[in-house]
Design a protein. Structure first.
Ligand code: GLU
Length: 304
């Protein structure tokens, strides 16, 4: 595969320091890109300004650097790309695929008939008020969904199918507080960056159909997707600060990288005597030995 045919990315949200789950996602996306002579971009997904902090952006960039990761081009920040998201929203408005919604969470919870994969399925209350010109500056904006089945073949998780209308409902693409939603931002950025391969945690597996649906509406290409199992503790909880996950410490970068490669079930030849290894040497060896077919085809996996 030539360089031009593979562009991958790692897209952390700076809501805290890099944790082990993000390190595993970074490692998998990096190895897959480099093993295919691809480019590997770093995008900071700080679109949700209420949860992201600039100090975590710096911390994540420094940690990745200390762990030996090198990316192509400049780091990009979603907070600087609002015009891009606004243009995507305008394109959807022009197709009459969106409507403003003034329902509160409480109203949705009280009126919904179904709990879907992401909580209450929006019952479409405001869809019918489209002509009443609900102000879209002070209300959320939802995308009209369809009950056509969206399917894709995930490189690790296999064939996925989803009826977005039934399982998610009309979803928010711009929030009531004026911030663009992740689903719209990530699709606009992946298209603008010409991303060909997305490698990320399986907590986003169920978001992928929404992203493919948006790509179709906006005339964007659909990348190939690979979702790696989310690291959980013995009790099945996602590893995070709340569940006392091991913090990642750059002094133990070599050990953390090798353990993460073991988690991804990669060959560990040449990685045993870690006294002489540096993080970038571990990454070089990992890239040479990269075999994504060995990754467990499960949504979660215990990290020990
Ligand atoms: N920003 C998301 C996260 O940190 C990842 C989004 C993506 O890779 O599409 O979980």
């Amino acid at each position: 595969m030539s360089a031009a045919r593979y562009i991958g990315r790692f897209a952390p949200s700076p809501t805290g320091p890099l944790h082990i789950g993000s390190l595993i996602a970074a490692l998998a996306s990096y190895c897959d890109a480099r093993a295919n002579n691809g480019r590997w971009l770093l995008r900071i997904e700080d679109v949700d300004e209420t949860r992201c902090k600039p100090e975590y952006t710096d911390d994540i960039i420094n940690t990745l650097h200390q762990f030996g990761f090198r990316w192509d081009g400049e780091v990009t920040l979603q907070s600087t790309q609002k015009n891009r998201y606004a243009a995507a929203l305008t394109a959807l408005k022009n197709q009459q695929r969106v409507y403003a919604c003034c329902c509160s969470r409480r109203e949705i919870a009280d009126s919904t008939q179904h709990i879907g994969i992401d909580g209450a399925v929006y019952p479409g209350t405001c869809r019918h008020l489209q002509n009443l010109q609900i102000d879209d500056q002070t209300n959320a904006i939802r995308l009209l969904t369809s009950s056509d089945i969206v399917s894709f073949d995930d490189r690790v998780q296999g064939l996925q199918t989803q009826n977005i209308a039934a399982e998610v409902g009309d979803f928010i693409i711009k929030r009531r507080d004026g911030l663009f939603a992740y689903q719209l931002a990530v699709v606009a950025d992946d298209a603008s960056d010409n991303i060909t391969h997305v490698v990320r945690g399986a907590d986003l597996l169920d978001s992928t159909a929404r992203q493919i649906y948006l790509q179709h509406l906006l005339g964007y290409a659909t990348p190939s997707y690979m979702h790696i199992p989310v690291a959980v503790n013995a009790a099945g909880q996602k590893l995070s600060k709340q569940t006392l996950a091991p913090a990642i410490n750059s002094r133990e970068a070599v050990t953390a990288l090798i353990t993460s490669l073991g988690y991804l079930r990669q060959p560990l030849e040449g990685l045993k005597s870690n006294a002489t290894l540096t993080p970038s040497r571990v990454l070089d060896i990992a890239v040479k030995q990269w075999q994504p077919a060995l990754i467990a085809p499960t949504r979660t996996q215990t990290y020990e």
